[in-house]
Design a protein around this ligand. Structure first.
Ligand SMILES: [Zn+2]
Length: 198
């Protein structure tokens, strides 16, 4: 006696960029068909398959920030409904009212594309009398700053998501790595030539 079950499997394919989505789907189906024809050695028989959808890797992500203070810690009013199958409350609908946890107030939001509207930057700094400024060519940096900011919004505002100051060279490198991990699509600019010696 055999019974029929459906297995959900994720298969990853490298496909030529020149193919359109229908052609990609066709080629993938052909390739799976080739595997499907092979004899089973485990006592199960694959009796059919269907290529249902192609999922492409993301090329960016969207962030929402408070228009007042730039904080990403924002909430939207929403209704939830009980999902019997999941055994949990799930999102039903999202309403216009947004609040910022940092300002503790109702706010409007700015939508930022991580790849095209955000930047990770590192600066080499020196102390000059009572102020800090960027190190010039040939100067030994005293410390480094790392910032994650938005590009200027249409109003000309730049919002800072993270600012880490007074870092050693090693701390700066680690911080940059963490920020690149957190914002993998954001471009990185180092505003210095790597002149640290020690
Ligand atoms: Zn805010």
């Amino acid at each position: 006696m055999a019974k029929s079950i459906t297995a959900t499997v994720t298969l990853n394919f490298d496909v030529p960029e020149s193919l359109n989505p229908d052609q990609q789907k066709e080629r993938i189906a052909e390739d799976i068909g080739r595997l499907y024809d092979a004899d089973s050695t485990t006592g199960v028989a694959c009796t059919g398959f269907e290529v249902q959808g192609l999922k492409r890797p993301p090329i960016s992500r969207i962030h929402f920030l408070c228009a007042g203070c730039g904080s990403p810690d924002v909430r939207a009013d929403a209704y939830a409904e009980w999902d019997v199958v999941a055994g949990a409350w799930v999102l039903h609908s999202v309403y216009d009212e947004k609040t910022c946890e940092k300002c503790s107030s109702s706010c409007s939001l700015i939508e930022v594309d991580e790849a095209t509207g955000m930047e990770i930057q590192a600066f080499a700094m020196v102390d000059d009398k009572d102020v800090s400024r960027q190190a010039q060519d040939g100067e030994t940096p005293a410390f480094y700053d790392v910032m994650v900011t938005t590009d200027p919004t249409p109003d000309g505002d730049i919002h800072t998501l993270h600012e880490m100051d007074d870092l050693s060279h090693g701390q700066m490198e680690k911080t940059l790595a963490v920020m690149q991990d957190t914002y993998p699509f954001a471009p990185v600019t180092c505003h210095f030539r790597d002149v640290w010696e020690s």
